[in-house]
Design a protein around this ligand. Structure first.
Ligand SMILES: [Fe+2]
Length: 272
């Protein structure tokens, strides 16, 4: 396992659901995802100093192309910091691994100070919903067990793409993690796993579920409206989340959105 010693608090930036296309001209519901992503990157450059790790929590590419993944890694290198990515439903995990070859982007576990960050693959190729395969659940179990025995690890942050708790809109009923109960059962056996971080439903959430803090974050492109029955886009701007992980276990976090820009999208679309 990679172990880094850095400032307290550890400074994390989460970027999620970038939905990039190779070639920079792709649009998702009429929004150019590269342009909105570039706005988010500029915002991070302006606001965040001394980032210890960037977590990209899936749907990196909309077209699952090699080019889109290469462009993501190239653009994120401007931060000159540790980057980890996990696949979402639009991604191809094999292509991501190929593109990440020679980098640490696909590594699934990292220790920073007394925090262990665990990254899980919840994607099923070609499916919108997610699952944690038995091998992935076993990896989580073993990682948390090793944290339990390691005095140098006091807190764990677990990341995945899919929402492990059902989404707050009617149309989201079947698109989340289909074995969330098994996931939480594993987390609850650990005395150190207190926070889960994800994307997928393109909105800002911060709530407790079975004693675990759940954080969901806006996409760097389109936003999904909460508490509706049918699919609807929200007019909130693209953004990212920062997290400060303190040695004493506190997690301070906030979502920051691009301001002063109007992003065009197909707000009447019945789906995506
Ligand atoms: Fe997404």
């Amino acid at each position: 396992m990679n172990a880094l010693t850095t400032q307290d608090p550890v400074n994390i930036v989460q970027i999620t659901d970038t939905h990039l296309y190779g070639g920079n001209n792709g649009t998702l519901l009429k929004m150019n995802t590269r342009e909105s992503y570039d706005h988010v990157i500029k915002l991070i450059q302006t606001r965040e100093k001394a980032i210890d790790c960037i977590l990209a929590t899936g749907d990196i590419a909309q077209d699952a192309s090699k080019e889109a993944y290469q462009e993501f890694l190239e653009s994120i290198s401007c931060f000159d910091t540790t980057t980890r990515w996990i696949p979402g439903n639009h991604d191809n995990a094999t292509t991501m691994a190929e593109v990440a070859s020679g980098t640490s982007a696909c590594e699934k576990i990292i220790q920073i100070n007394n925090w262990m960050i665990i990254l899980l693959d919840s994607s099923i190729l070609g499916q919108v919903h997610g699952t944690l395969a038995s091998s992935e659940l076993e990896f989580l179990k073993q990682s948390l067990a090793s944290a339990e025995e390691n005095a140098a690890v006091e807190h764990c942050l677990v990341c995945l793409h899919h929402n492990p708790v059902p989404g707050n809109a009617g149309w989201m009923k079947d698109i989340g993690l289909n074995n969330g109960a098994a996931f939480f059962k594993v987390l609850k056996k650990s005395s150190k796993a207190g926070t889960v971080l994800y994307g997928h439903i393109h909105q800002q959430l911060d709530f407790q579920h079975q004693g675990i803090r759940c954080l969901c974050s806006p996409s760097s492109c389109i936003q999904f409206k909460p508490n509706v029955t049918n699919f609807a886009l929200d007019k909130l701007n693209p953004g990212y989340r920062w997290l400060k992980l303190y040695t004493d276990g506190r997690v301070e976090t906030e979502v920051v959105r691009v301001s002063g820009e109007i992003f065009e999208a197909d707000f009447s679309s019945p789906g995506y």
